[in-house]
Design a protein around this ligand. Structure first.
Ligand SMILES: *[C@@H]1O[C@H](CO)[C@@H](O)[C@H](O)[C@H]1NC(C)=O
Ligand SMILES: *[C@@H]1O[C@H](CO)[C@@H](O)[C@H](O)[C@H]1NC(C)=O
Ligand SMILES: *[C@@H]1O[C@H](CO)[C@@H](O)[C@H](O)[C@H]1NC(C)=O
Length: 309
């Protein structure tokens, strides 16, 4: 008997067709529910999400604002040894081979064809910023550093025989290659001088030059540069070099502080009489007491090949 009363509680939902069921789901006129919720319920849920995302957005921007408080757009937060790039600058050369072969360090051209134009164009593009007018740039000399907020000019028009007007020597098989030291914020070179002695591995000629220059004028400090053929055959094929405007980067260009319009100092090396038709391996090194040479890591030195046909 009890079983019968239980049965009365169970009422199966009225059988409706699929379409009918869906239409009721969309709009149930009995309960005034749209998609299963009443208007008030929808309003609450909408309000909840609006508030939720608004506070999420607010939180994000608050965090971003706090983050921006801790950084300066002109000064790196992590400097020198604390930074990933460290405090040992690399050396770079221009012109660079075409981008298709990123691994290539070969500067090859045929003097008689016009294909040296590629290299001189590359140099023109690279040197473009050096020719632009900038009121921030002042003329500097040893003992005449740039005042704060100003930067020292790099006068590429004084790079005799390595100027655009002379095709950087490419048309005459006396090509110029430009070297630059990678910029490291606030990095100060420790200079070699006559009294403090010079490095072990420094080429003899450079040792003598450092001695002569710093002895004659103790203010004349440079991050010195030397380029050499890598093998005895390369030394012979390379012939003499000229360093323009000097065999190093003058001290008044350092340190780099991201001042607007800063120009990296340049040293152009001019091959006076390279042997034609052979590949010449060249390694250039920058010299300061706090530059260590590591070829694999590309620190303090650079390697490239030259071939003039
Ligand atoms: C430019 O090159 C020519 C020919 O090699 C040479 O005679 C002259 O001295 C060079 N000029 C400078 C300023 O080095
Ligand atoms: C340094 O000076 C000495 C003596 O005057 C001279 O013989 C030598 O050639 C100079 N070295 C360089 C690299 O100019
Ligand atoms: C040479 O360098 C040392 C240390 O780098 C410095 O103390 C000294 O004053 C320098 N000498 C000259 C003549 O500049």
């Amino acid at each position: 008997m009890a079983e019968k009363t239980v049965e009365q509680y169970y009422l199966p939902p009225p059988k409706v067709g699929r379409w009918e069921g869906f239409r009721t789901f969309l709009w149930n006129s009995e309960t005034h529910q749209f998609l299963g919720r009443t208007g008030a319920s929808w309003a609450k849920i909408l309000l909840f999400y609006v508030l939720f995302y608004a506070s999420l957005t607010g939180f994000f921007f608050a965090m971003l604002a706090i983050f921006y408080q801790t950084i300066d757009l002109d000064i790196p937060k992590w400097q020198l040894d604390e930074s990933l790039i460290g405090s040992n600058p690399g050396l770079g050369f221009r012109p660079m081979p075409p981008e298709e072969n990123v691994e290539s360090t070969l500067i090859w051209y045929n003097q008689k064809d016009d294909n040296w134009k590629y290299w001189t164009n590359q140099l023109d593009v690279f040197l473009k910023e050096y020719t632009e007018e900038n009121p921030n740039r002042v003329h500097c000399d040893f003992g005449e550093e740039a005042p704060p907020g100003k930067i020292c000019d790099v006068d590429i028009t004084s790079f005799h025989n390595c100027t655009s007007a002379t095709e950087f020597g490419y048309a005459r098989a006396q090509p110029c290659i430009f070297l630059k030291l990678n910029k490291i914020f606030n990095w100060r070179p420790t200079y070699y001088n006559a009294t403090s002695g010079v490095a072990e591995g420094m080429p003899k000629e450079l040792k003598s030059l450092v001695h002569n220059v710093t002895n004659a004028d103790s203010r004349k400090d440079y991050v010195w540069v030397s380029c050499e053929g890598e093998n005895p055959a390369d030394v012979e094929n390379m012939g003499d070099l000229e360093y323009i405007p000097a065999q190093g980067f003058a001290s008044y260009y350092f340190p780099f502080r991201n001042t607007k319009g800063y120009l990296s100092p340049l040293v152009a090396i001019r091959f006076v009489r390279p042997k034609t038709g052979v590949l010449i391996n060249i390694e250039c090194k920058a010299w300061a007491k706090n530059i260590f040479h590591d070829r694999a890591e590309r620190r303090g030195s650079v390697h490239f090949e030259l071939m003039v046909d």
